[in-house]
Structures are given as structure tokens and as C-alpha cells.
Design a protein around this ligand. Structure first.
Ligand code: PEP
Length: 263
């Protein structure tokens, strides 16, 4: 972690906790992380819980922010089942996860669609968390950096428009939900390459953009990852549904940030 950037821990609840259970989970996360002010915390409930979760967090005066897990790039119209960025902003979200590998793989989202979604998020005042990452076969073919750099390049104009507010999440697909975590050194190498792509476009953007690691992050592997210079936090899936473990990840990030500032 670089003391220049505040650590960020985002919990992607996926298709879980979409009703009153989402409010309970959000409040429990807010309570459990309230002492760790050196780290930013986001929860990403399903669409159905965004408004209620936002209200609960607002009523409890919590700093925990709310992200959508996806959006549609159009503002309105005949797109049955879709939700626009502006609607999510009205519901209370201030962030949006875009291009998660489950969307790229299961719902065939292309780099082009991802760019359009980031543009829509920017226009609606949602800060994007743009996910990139290679599959196992791409890694085995030695294509990791080429794939990740292509995905970042496709997003870079819109990330530039988001300025330092935009976030990139490097999530190797083979590490998501598998219990297999990238080694801190391997993850750092990819994060450094991503930051170089940003630097080639805009030096300021490279300094300010937070790059999260995602893929089986747990309390017992977070410290090694967060100890790397270009890893600014985590996008957490499975472990985000378990309050104590998630809070521990936030605590570790906040502790390292404090140490970075003082030492
Ligand atoms: C994710 O869904 O973004 C993710 C990283 O999941 P997990 O932590 O379960 O691997």
C-alpha cells in the first residue's frame, strides 16, 4: 500500500442478502468496521436492497458506502429487466462494480460494453470499480499481462473521465470463489503493470487510482497482499457475507495505512 492512496475494501454480495437480510448485514458491517477510519468500506448488495441498505446506513450515520453490482448504459427505455446508472444513484448507490468476471463470462459482457457502462456511471455520478482479470487458460498460456492490459486500455478513456475517483479491481478469474489466491508477488506484478498502463496515459491518474485485488481474499491472506506497494485494498466476494472476517480484512488495511502514514 502506498500512503498516498486510502485503502478501500469493497464487499460484493453477489446474489445474496437482497431483502431485509441485506439491511441486517450492512448494519453489522457498519458496526464492526466503525473503528477502522483509515480504510474506506463499500458494500454491494443486489439491486433489490440498495435503497433500503442506503437508508439504514444513512440513519446510522455510517461512512460505509453502497455500490451496485452492475448497471445498464442506457438512461431509460425498452430494456426489460435492466437498471440504469441514474436509477441506482437515485436509490442511493454512489459506486458501481462494472465488468465483473461473472458478467463478462456468464452474460457475455465485452470490453466495449464495459466502457459504455463506465461512461454511464460517470454521467450519473457513480464512481466505477472496473474489474479486470485473466482466466486460468490465459494465465497458463502466459497471456495474463496482455489480457489485463487490453481490458484496462478499453476502459482508460472513461477511467480518465472518472479521474482519481475511479477504481480498478484486478481479479484473476481462477481465484474468484475458488479458495486459490494469487501470491502477493504475482498480484503485485499485475498491479504494477496496470499502474504503468495508467501512467502511460496520465501520470496523475496512475498516482491516484486505487487498484484493488480480488479473488479469495480472507482475513488470513489479506496482510501479505496489502503489504504490496500497488495493492490498495480488496474486492471481497464470499468473505463479505461473514461480518467478522470482513471486518478483520478492513482492520488489517486500516492498520497498514496507519503504519504507512507514521512510518
Ligand atoms: C468477487 O466476486 O469479486 C470475488 C473476489 O469473490 P471471492 O472473494 O469469493 O473470490
Amino acid at each position: 500500500m502506498d500512503p498516498l492512496r486510502r485503502p478501500l475494501i469493497a464487499g460484493n454480495w453477489k446474489m445474496n442478502a437482497g431483502g431485509s437480510d441485506g439491511c441486517d448485514l450492512a448494519i453489522a458491517v457498519a458496526r464492526a468496521t466503525t473503528d477502522f477510519a483509515d480504510a474506506d468500506v463499500i458494500v454491494a448488495p443486489p439491486f433489490t436492497a440498495i435503497a433500503a441498505v442506503t437508508n439504514e446506513l444513512y440513519n446510522k450515520k455510517s461512512d460505509v458506502a453502497v455500490a451496485a453490482q452492475n448497471l445498464h448504459w442506457e438512461e431509460s427505455g425498452a430494456f426489460t429487466g435492466e437498471v440504469s446508472a441514474a436509477m441506482l444513484r437515485v436509490a442511493g448507490a454512489t459506486w458501481a462494480i462494472i465488468g465483473h468476471s461473472e458478467r463478462r463470462q456468464l452474460f457475455h459482457e465485452t470490453d466495449d460494453a464495459v466502457a459504455k457502462k463506465i461512461a454511464a456511471a460517470n454521467a450519473a455520478g457513480l464512481k466505477p470499480i472496473v474489474c479486470v482479470g485473466e482466466t486460468l487458460s490465459e494465465r497458463e498460456a502466459g497471456e495474463t499481462l496482455a489480457v489485463v492490459e487490453r481490458q484496462v486500455q478499453a476502459a482508460i478513456v472513461e477511467l480518465g473521465r472518472a479521474g482519481g475517483e475511479g477504481v480498478i479491481a484486478y481479479e484473476p478469474v481462477w481465484a474468484i470463489g475458488t479458495g486459490k489466491v494469487a501470491s502477493p508477488e504475482d498480484a503485485q506484478a499485475v498491479h504494477a503493470a496496470i499502474r504503468q498502463v495508467l501512467a502511460d496515459a496520465n501520470a496523475e491518474l496512475a498516482l491516484t487510482t486505487r487498484i484493488l485485488y480480488g479473488g479469495s481474499v480472507k482475513a488470513n491472506n489479506a496482510e501479505g497482499l496489502f503489504g504490496q506497494r500497488d495493492i490498495d485494498g480488496a474486492l471481497v466476494g464470499g468473505a463479505a457475507l461473514e461480518v467478522e472476517g470482513f471486518a478483520k480484512i478492513v482492520e488489517i488495511a486500516a492498520k497498514l495505512a496507519r503504519q504507512g502514514k507514521t512510518g
